[in-house]
Design a protein around this ligand. Structure first.
Ligand SMILES: CC(C)(COP(=O)(O)OP(=O)(O)OC[C@H]1O[C@@H](n2cnc3c(N)ncnc32)[C@H](O)[C@@H]1OP(=O)(O)O)[C@@H](O)C(=O)NCCC(=O)NCCS
Length: 176
């Protein structure tokens, strides 16, 4: 297991990671998803020198109420299809959580219902309030993402209300 920045990965390692994510997401991992997985840290789990599990942690800012959290946003969580059910997903997510707790004020991610229990077992909390994206200073609802955003409090999170509005900054592709 190692936790590295994008720039510490060689061109060949980045290509291996992209191919790994394509397979992990059943070839539905697009260029926009890849861009969202870059710009931060990668937790890489290997067995016998081959990549079996990955999670990226990307810096973003999330707002709720008067609070703006420096957030580690988890992207591109995946385990090689033939290695699932052996704890590799849990192991990379626990390493990502360690990184989040020491580096950020909040952890966050977006997940479909099929994976909610996976994250809840690891202590992630489902945000039930309405979600928004801020575009040119204006907040726009992201109703399709409501109920699919999870947060992991860190020692720096402070009090929060999971039923309150939660706002992310704009990025190309999916906001959350
Ligand atoms: C989701 C994924 C990362 C899980 O990885 P994994 O290595 O199979 O998971 P683990 O073996 O570490 O499982 C840890 C625990 O979560 C449970 N679990 C794993 N996937 C689960 C799921 N989808 N729903 C509910 N529980 C799940 C396991 O049973 C295990 O439970 P335990 O604590 O009782 O032992 C993997 O299935 C995957 O790569 N899926 C395709 C890509 C994807 O959907 N990524 C997530 C995007 S949000």
């Amino acid at each position: 297991m190692r936790t590295v920045r994008d720039e510490e990965l060689t061109t060949a390692e980045l290509a291996e990671l992209r191919a790994f994510l394509d397979a992990a997401y059943d070839y539905e991992f697009g260029d926009e998803d890849w861009r969202h997985a870059l710009g931060g840290w990668h937790v890489l789990g290997s067995v016998d020198g081959a990549l079996v599990a990955h999670a990226a942690v990307i810096p973003r800012t999330l707002h709720s109420g008067s609070r703006a959290w420096r957030t580690g946003y988890v992207e591109a969580v995946g385990v090689r299809p033939d290695q699932r059910g052996h704890g590799h997903g849990r192991t990379v997510m626990l390493a990502a959580a360690d990184h989040l707790r020491t580096t950020y004020e909040l952890g966050a991610l977006s997940a479909g219902p099929q994976n909610w229990a996976f994250y809840e077992r690891l202590g992630w909390l489902r945000w039930t309030g309405p979600t928004f994206v801020e575009v040119n200073g204006e907040r726009r609802r992201t109703t399709e993402d409501d109920g699919e955003v999870f947060v992991l409090p860190t020692p720096a999170t402070g009090e929060f209300d999971q039923t309150a509005p939660l706002v992310c900054e704009w990025r190309s592709g999916d906001a959350w």
